[in-house]
Ligand binder design. Structure first.
Ligand code: PEP
Ligand code: MG
Length: 883
């Protein structure tokens, strides 16, 4: 078996594709060597050795020693130096490198090979004894820390004492003799701490370092990092051993890091920093202020130091050439590490650079325009959820965050304002010109008006599909839900967290992208939808198969949906239209009516409002399909709950408070999300569905006239169990259509379809499809009913399932393919078997989740529907799913 692969001098045994075997760093070093770029020669001990090491009681394969020796020979042959030689010593660096980047997992060991003899050779060869002894003392400290477990502080103390004794402040004030004395003290310290002298044999040092790298794969830090980033333990790490090059050999030596394009803006300009006369970790450690690579990328305020361009112009020219080669070769923005040794450039690392969402867009679009990648590749390179960062105002990355509490990132973007604890207070404050954050234990449909005027919403209960979360996403308002450590006392108007009290009027900022609640008004940055964003979305639309619609009911939502490129409305939740102050009275009258006649009278008052709602929607969505769902709320939500509210409503309506209380008690449910909902309402009170159908059809006629474009409404029945209940409601709708046609003399074109959101409806999809013209999978309710997990109070325990890997992810966020997905597939197959052309969509929250969208593509749905602010994400995710 080949356990060791060499590189250097314009060739390598490895290459970029061997990332699994060589780790990211090793694979890219090999690739750079193959490209003929200046890479210090070296070899990579493969990840398979790591696997072997752990599978065999921390021992190495027998052939390894010979192969490492051969690797050293390879480096010696190229450099002309000899490992352990007193005159012309070879020094190496030893670095870990796994398949995925795991920054900071293990310390690097530099200058390995130094001992009491070779240090003299280094002093002689470099003509700089001070440099040689400084390297040696650094090596002892680094090696002892990483390999022998002697704490850094032991050495720092010795160093400080030495400086004090000499009466100097800077390390650089120590002479070669001082450093030689320091080396002696360091070695004495190692002997005292470990009971053994510091290893003088370079080969012992090398094996010690290799062992330390492999052991580090299992240190607590690495284990935690892997868990947080889903990196399997089985991958293992490789070890890279490479000839040292020195950036600290004087004023023509330097070390630095650079990006081939600006990682925060994407601007196509070399961007980076370097330090003259320094070693790699000096840049990272931030002890000295680094200098810019180019004059143009000079960071504001950094005026004194010259750029690499000015300081070492020939090196700069070579570096520009190398970065161009690498960017063209990898066809992506590169993150580079380099060292300059006495005027000669050496590349130490190249990898695809991390970047902000904004930079990612610009870079992808630019690379495609430059012809380096195709448009499809550009589309594939953008992480859909990252678009969120571009659609909402977000917290300025430079701003300081004083976190008060953390909840769920329920609706992205940042918002700030004065705390209010009720929707009424929100309206009053906003009317007075204030900006507010509505903080509630949880929200209900009664809070819509308060949520509407607020900048953002904060709740202490409820998960990702709780009322607050769903409605906030629909409105495009930031929301943090389920911040359980907060206590809200609405009466006293306080929010308490671990003993701290915030009062109504105190300013907070919420970050709906991270779930953080922050103290005060934190600085924010505004979104921008044109330019690269628009270009990339256009490319995505060219490859996308599925349609993307929006869940929207208010004119604002509908307009936002169009702006974001929605191709229609896939779900209009009419219950959200009923809470407006002007209508709630009629809604309550309808609920409290003793008989059908009373209900019809109240419904008559609601009709014009509903008609106007629908006209507005049809007009805004001119030329695009609009699906309107019949009322689907738990009725009790419309009635007052507290005694005070009861008294108020009873006085306002002239209804006996006893009657109000009795009806509220009658309608009250423990789990209203499974109660008197959906078409159950239309079955008990068909006149409600009739009023809505009439409003839809009359609005369709009116909007067709006002816009000059035909309107084909799609009327959707919620929560059906099978064909009989669907047919019952459909018959009422059809009857109303006929009536409206007769009354107006106009011909109506419309469709009646259904939500498929109960397991039984999936099973009976064939029968339902006999009469239903379209299906929209309501995966919120389907998840709730298939898993038996109430969507409103899942947050309390669901986390335990995901933390313990009993569920791969929150099933209300990403569709549970195996269970709920299977039911959807059943529904699709059975529905299509009966009506091959049936239109199939999804309108649960999953319609905006990229992983779920990929599933929808696989099973051949026609469209996904999601909240307006997720429409761009869905467009991109649908495109990627189709690629
Ligand atoms: C659903 O159940 O998936 C759905 C879209 O309807 P709602 O969320 O309004 O119950
Ligand atoms: Mg539903």
């Amino acid at each position: 078996t080949k356990w060791v692969l060499t590189f250097g001098d314009g060739r390598a045994e490895g290459r970029a594709e061997l990332r699994e075997l060589l780790g990211g760093k090793g694979a890219n070093l090999a690739e750079m060597a193959n490209l003929g770029l200046p890479v210090p020669p070296g070899f990579t001990v493969t990840t398979e050795v790591c696997t072997h090491y752990y599978a065999n009681g921390r021992s190495y394969p027998t052939e390894l020693q010979a192969q490492v020796d051969a690797g050293l020979d390879h480096i010696q042959a190229i450099t002309g130096r000899v490992f352990g030689d007193a005159v012309n010593p070879l020094l190496v660096s030893v670095r870990s490198g796994s398949r995925a980047s795991m920054p900071g997992m293990m310390d690097t060991i530099l200058n390995l090979g130094l001992n009491d003899q070779t240090v003299a050779g280094l002093a002689e060869g470099s003509g700089n004894p001070r440099f040689a002894y400084d390297s040696y003392r650094r090596f002892i400290q680094m090696y002892s820390n990483v390999v022998l477990g002697v704490g850094h502080h032991s050495f720092e103390d010795i160093l400080e004492t030495a400086k004090e004794k000499k009466g100097v402040v800077e390390d650089t004030d120590l002479t070669a003799d001082d450093l030689l004395a320091l080396v002696a003290s360091y070695k004495a310290k190692v002997l005292k701490e470990t009971g053994e002298p510091f290893p003088q044999d370079p080969r012992d040092q090398l094996w010690g370092a290799i062992g330390a790298v492999f052991s580090s794969w299992m240190n607590a830090r690495a284990i935690t990092y892997r868990r947080l980033n889903d990196i399997p333990e089985s991958w293992g790490t490789a070890v890279n051993v490479q000839a040292m090059v020195f950036g600290n050999m004087g004023d023509t030596s330097a070390t630095g890091v650079a990006f081939t394009r600006n990682p925060s803006t994407g601007e196509n300009r070399l961007y980076g920093e370097f330090l003259v006369n320094a070693q790699g970790e000096d840049v990272v450690a931030g002890i000295r202020t680094p200098q810019p690579i180019t004059e143009a990328s000079r960071i504001e305020g950094n005026v004194a130091a010259p750029s690499l361009e000015k300081r070492l112009p020939e090196v700069f020219t070579e570096f520009v050439r190398v970065s161009n080669v690498l960017e063209k070769h990898y066809r992506d923005m590169q993150d580079l590490e380099f060292t300059v040794e006495r005027g000669k450039l050496w590349m130490l690392q190249a990898r695809n650079g991390k970047r902000t969402a904004k930079a990612a867009l610009k870079i992808a679009v630019d690379l495609a325009s430059e012809g380096l990648i195709t448009r499809d590749e550009a589309v594939a390179r953008i992480d859909p959820p990252s678009l969120d960062q571009l659609l909402h105002p977000t917290i300025d990355p430079k701003a300081e965050r004083k976190v008060i509490a953390t909840g769920l990132p329920a609706s992205p973007g940042a918002a700030q304002g004065e705390l209010v604890f009720s929707s009424e207070d929100a309206e009053v404050a906003v009317a007075a010109g204030k900006k507010v954050i509505l903080a509630r234990t949880e929200t209900s449909p009664e809070d819509i008006h308060g949520m509407h005027v607020s900048e953002g919403i904060l709740t202490t209960r409820g998960g990702m599909t709780s009322h607050a979360a769903v409605v906030a996403r629909g409105m495009g308002k930031p929301c943090v839900s389920g911040a359980g450590m907060l206590r809200i006392d609405e009466k006293s108007g306080t929010l308490t967290v671990t003993g701290r009290v915030f009062k109504a009027g105190d300013v907070v900022t919420i970050d709906g992208s991270t779930g953080q609640v922050l103290e005060g008004a934190v600085a924010m940055v505004q979104p921008e939808l044109s330019g690269d964003f628009a270009t990339l979305m256009r490319w995505a639309d060219e490859v996308r198969r599925m349609g993307v619609r929006a869940n929207a009911e208010t004119p604002d939502d509908a307009r936002a949906a169009r702006r974001f490129g929605a191709e229609g409305i896939g779900l209009s939740r009419t219950e959200h239209m009923f809470f407006d102050e002007s209508r709630i009275v009629s809604v309550r009258e309808m609920i409290l009516a003793d008989d059908e006649a009373g209900r019809r009278k109240a419904l008559g008052q609601l009709l014009p409002f509903q008609r106007a709602d629908f006209v507005a929607l049809f007009e805004i969505m001119k030329g695009l399909p609009v699906t309107i769902r019949l009322l689907d709320p738990p009725l009790h939500e419309f009635l007052p709950h507290t005694e005070k509210d009861m008294a108020e409503v009873s006085a306002a309506m002239g209804v006996d408070v006893e009657k109000l209380r009795a009806r509220a008690a009658e309608l009250s449910e423990f789990n209203p999300m499974l109660g008197f909902r959906g078409c159950r309402l239309a079955i008990a009170y068909p006149e409600i569905a009739e009023m809505q159908a009439r409003a839809i059809f009359e609005a369709a006629i009116e909007a067709a006239k006002s816009t000059g474009a035909p309107v084909t409404p799609e009327v959707m029945v919620p929560l059906v169990m099978g064909r009989p209940d669907f047919d019952f409601v459909k018959a009422r709708i059809d009857a109303v259509a006929k009536l409206v046609e007769e009354e107006t003399g106009e011909k109506l074109v419309y469709q009646v379809g259904t939500m498929i959101e109960l397991p039984r409806a999936c099973l009976k999809a064939d029968e339902i499809a006999e009469t239903a013209e379209f299906f929209s999978f309501g995966t919120n309710d389907l998840t709730q009913t298939a898993l038996g997990i109430s969507r409103d109070d899942a947050a309390t325990f669901l986390k335990h399932y995901t933390d313990k890997h009993l569920l791969p992810s929150d099933p209300f966020v990403t569709i549970d393919r195996e269970g709920v997905g299977e039911l959807v597939v059943l529904g699709v197959e059975r529905g299509r078997a009966v009506r091959p052309k049936i239109k199939l969509g999804i309108c649960g929250e999953h319609g905006g989740d990229p992983a779920s969208i990929a599933f929808c593509e696989e099973i051949g749905l026609d469209y996904v529907s999601c909240s307006p602010y997720r429409v761009p994400i869905a467009r991109l995710a649908a495109a990627q799913a189709a690629l």
